[in-house]
Design a protein around this ligand. Structure first.
Ligand code: SME
Length: 162
């Protein structure tokens, strides 16, 4: 299966998870697992959420992969914080060449962070780390931006619960 068809199939499976039973947190965990298990290079897959009780700060949400020290990230800090302040997807092909970067593990070589919006307001992010350099291209960006739209209601539920 080529990458385009694989992404189409995953969009369909992501929608099925969103429409299934269970809590929003469990559904987001299943989506993380699905991507980690289906896509080479998706080695750490997680969601960061806007913390409504803290100003301009992200808090770690559901994820799969190695535990991270970066449970809270201020806007502007690292790739996640930059995506939050610039309100756009950021792709880093080689994290070693990046000065504003928060390292989770020496194994991570490339990263993509995609903002999630609800009613044009930032509510969270999808963050993917890869153990291979240059893992993410425009097709990954397009796929994950669709996933951000499909999962926005689940993410909003978690933001409201916090
Ligand atoms: N590398 C990220 C921090 C989060 S971890 O990848 C899970 C960053 O620079 O913002």
């Amino acid at each position: 299966m080529n990458k385009k068809d694989k992404f189409e199939a995953l969009v369909c499976r992501t929608r099925a998870i969103v429409d299934s039973g269970g809590s929003s947190r469990i559904k987001l965990e299943h989506i993380c697992e699905l991507f980690r298990d289906s896509l080479p290079g998706y080695d750490w897959v997680g969601f960061y959420l806007i913390d409504p009780s803290a100003k301009d700060e992200l808090v770690l949400g559901p994820y799969v992969g190695a535990p991270t020290d970066h449970v809270r990230i201020p806007f502007g800090k690292g790739i996640c914080g930059r995506a939050a302040s610039e309100l756009k997807t950021i792709v880093v092909g080689d994290v070693c060449a990046e000065s504003n970067y928060l390292s989770c593990s020496v194994d991570v070589k490339s990263e993509i962070v995609v903002p999630i919006f609800k009613n044009k307001k930032l509510i969270g992010e999808i963050d993917i780390d890869s153990h291979v350099v240059n893992s993410f291209d425009n097709e990954d960006k397009g796929f994950l931006e669709r996933v951000a739209e499909i999962t926005m209601d689940l993410v909003e539920d978690l933001v409201k619960e916090s």
